[in-house]
Structure formats: C-alpha cells, structure tokens
Design a protein around this ligand. Structure first.
Ligand code: NAP
Ligand code: ZN
Length: 354
C-alpha cells in the first residue's frame, strides 16, 4: 500500500485555542481527487469559535481553515475539471452523498452527510484537517476554479465569507438594482455583503456597533449609509426602509430593532452563529409579513458562480496577509474585532512545503 503523504500545519489541542505545529497523514487519494499545495487560507470567525469549543463540537486536535486557495500538484485519472498547475479553491464542504434531494438540487451544503473540511471525519473515519496546513486532498466536485485575474490572497475569503453572503442574497432575491440592503456587523462576512450589494446596484446601509467603521464603510467600501445600532434615533429614522438585511453578528443580540428596519415582506437573514439562542419577537414579524431566515454557506454550483461573478465585477476581500507564525496573535485580534476585514495566512511563509 502507498505510504500516506504527510502534511504540516497548525492545530489546537484544547479549548485554549492555542495553535501549535502539527503534522498529519493525508487521506488516501482516489481517482476523483485533486491534491492542492495550499497557498493561502483565510481566517473565519468559525475557525476561532471552533478551536475555543464555543459550540461544544470541537474534536481535538483541530487544524482549522476553510477558505483555501492552492495550486494543484496532482490529479486523479478521472478528474475532468482541473489540470496540474492550475489554481483551485476549497471551502467548508469537502464531501456529501451527491445523491440526496439536497445534493440533486445543488445544495450539497444542506446534505445530511456533508463533511466539513475541518473538525470532522472522512467516511473512512479519519479526521478532516483544514487549510492552516500546506496540503489537502479533495474530490474535484468540492473544488472551484479560480480565475487568473484575481489575486489568490484576496480571493481565499470568498470560499466561505463570499459564498455565505452570496447564497442567501441570490436565493431570497436580495440582488436587484435599487433595493435597499442592510448589513449588520462589518467583519469578514459583512464587508463581502456590502461589496456584493454594491455590485448588484443596491443601496447598502451598514448597521454596526463600532462608530470607527462609519468612515471606512462609506468611503472605502462604498456603502450609502451607516447606522450605529446603539443609537436609537438613527435606528428610528431608518425604520421600514429595507428590503432585506444580512445579519453576520457572532454574538447574541437583539433582533427586534432589525425587524423594525424592514419594509413589508422584508427579509432578515441570520448568518452569524452565536452560541446561545436569540429572542424572536413574533408581533413585529406578523405586522408586515416579515421573514426571518437562516442560511449556511452554499452549494458548489453557486460557489463557482459566485467566484465567476466576483471575477467579472472585480470583487475581492480586504485582507491583512500574515505568516503561519502570526496566527495566534491574529486569533486574539480577531476576537477583539481588530481586523480590516479578513486575516489571510500566507501558508508557505514560515512553513516548509513537503
Ligand atoms: P467577524 O469578522 O468577527 O465579524 C463579525 C462582526 O459582527 C464584527 O466585525 C462586529 O461588527 C460584529 N460583532 C461581533 N461581536 C459583536 C457583539 N458582541 N455585539 C455586536 N456585534 C458584534 O466574523 P465573520 O467571520 O464575519 O463571521 C460572523 C459570524 O458568522 C460568526 O458567528 C461565524 O461563525 C458565522 N459564520 C456563519 C456562516 C454560515 O454559513 N452561516 C459562515 C461563516 C461564518 P461591528 O463592529 O460592525 O458591529
Ligand atoms: Zn467560515
């Protein structure tokens, strides 16, 4: 039997979340797989919540990372979509049954057998390790083509933050010129929602807890308006004006002031993942036929479509590129909201590529 390839990365060993060097065997390759030498990996708030076991689902050691762009170094004999030397992106899903109703409707993200790229298990029982590492093997179905005109470090965050906001905007029809979109929480997901909203020709209002983000939201990201969520007067003036709201807040927060911002039949899409339930007031929902929905990442067809749309409209993430040695400090800064707007690890920096 062929010896497994060994990958090098960073793993958290317990809920302190401290990441330290870790090597692990890659799973056995099949004829449908590509092997990626990872170039860049974004740091999503989900990585932080997982390594700190905020949701109680960590299975240590955890090698986080699910915003991956790499270069293909090997392809199996059945691989159709890719050639060695091309770039590919890998996000949260790396396997699904591909035969259930969800998979048949291009919603692999909702397959009951979905396997995430990290903190989970392959069908053979071995652990999945994510993109804070130098290599990954993935079935070609779960990789997307990366257009040549986009810089890889700025495109890596699209593999989670990008598709997570693109998917509900598309499926809830929040992508039409002239519509008014609210974006709550100007972080990794939130700033991508602003960029997609602008590309669709929408009026975008950022709703934030941080006064310091007003100038950058309007001047750098092109939002039309900014509301400080703690300022009741500002929130009152904007009541009943929004067609939809993308809520990316990672902590428990009040949603009735957000519901109040919606027009009749407006939609509030919950994307953030607080570790406790939020209160859902029913009367403000009934009065106006409003909808509160959730959404989780996106299917592979939509992910490719999102990347192609991004290439066409020159949409990339605002990133701070760091080396592998800087990741623990970056995690502390992310926890404090001190990043504009996504850390991206230059994986080859400070790590020997096998
Ligand atoms: P992030 O970069 O930390 O951004 C979250 C933003 O929420 C912050 O920038 C901040 O914006 C606001 N916020 C944070 N803590 C807050 C608090 N205590 N009170 C009020 N506002 C707060 O995180 P992210 O990577 O964008 O991820 C956001 C959330 O989405 C996380 O919970 C993550 O796990 C989840 N997620 C879900 C999916 C999915 O498929 N649904 C995919 C990826 C991530 P302001 O300073 O502007 O207030
Ligand atoms: Zn993510």
């Amino acid at each position: 039997m062929e010896q497994p390839q060994i990958a090098l990365g960073l793993a958290a060993m317990d809920s302190s979340g401290v990441l330290s060097p870790f090597s692990f065997p890659l799973r056995a390759k099949t004829e449908d797989d590509i092997t990626l030498r990872i170039l860049y990996c974004g740091i999503c708030r989900t990585d932080l919540s997982t390594i700190k076991n905020e949701w109680g689902n960590a299975t240590y050691p955890v090698v986080p990372g699910h915003e991956i762009v790499g270069i293909i170094i090997e392809v199996g004999c059945n691989v159709q979509k890719f050639k060695v030397g091309e770039k590919a992106g890998v996000g949260y899903p790396i396997s699904a049954c591909l035969s259930c109703d969800n998979c048949n409707h291009d919603c692999e993200n909702y397959c009951p057998k979905l396997v995430p790229s990290f903190n989970s298990f392959h069908s053979d029982g071995t652990k999945t390790y994510g993109g804070f590492s130098n290599m990954i093997i993935v079935n070609e179905h779960f990789a997307v083509r990366i257009p040549e005109n986009l810089p890889c470090n700025k495109i890596a965050p699209l593999m989670c933050a990008g598709i997570t906001v693109y998917n509900p905007m598309k499926h809830h029809g929040l992508n039409k010129p002239g519509m008014h979109l609210g974006v709550v929480g100007l972080g990794g997901l939130g700033h991508m929602a602003v960029k997609f909203g602008k590309a669709y020709g929408m009026k975008v209002t950022v709703i934030s807890t941080s006064t310091s983000k007003r100038k950058e939201a309007i001047e750098n990201l092109g939002a039309e308006a900014f509301l400080l969520s703690s300022n009741a007067d500002q929130m009152k003036v904007a009541k009943g004006t929004m067609d939809g709201i993308i809520d990316t807040v990672s902590a428990v927060h009040e949603i009735s002031p957000l519901i109040a911002l919606l027009k009749t039949y407006g939609k509030l899409i919950m994307l953030g993942a607080p570790n406790k339930p939020v209160e859902l007031p029913i009367f403000p929902l009934m009065n106006g036929g409003k909808i509160v929905a959730g959404s989780m990442i996106g299917g592979m067809k939509d992910t490719q479509e999102m990347i192609d749309f991004a290439a066409e409209h020159n949409i990339t993430a605002e990133v701070e590129v760091i080396g592998m040695n800087d990741v623990n400090v970056a995690m502390e800064r992310l926890e404090k909201g001190d990043v504009r707007y996504r850390f991206v690890i230059d994986v080859a920096k400070n790590i020997a590529n096998a």
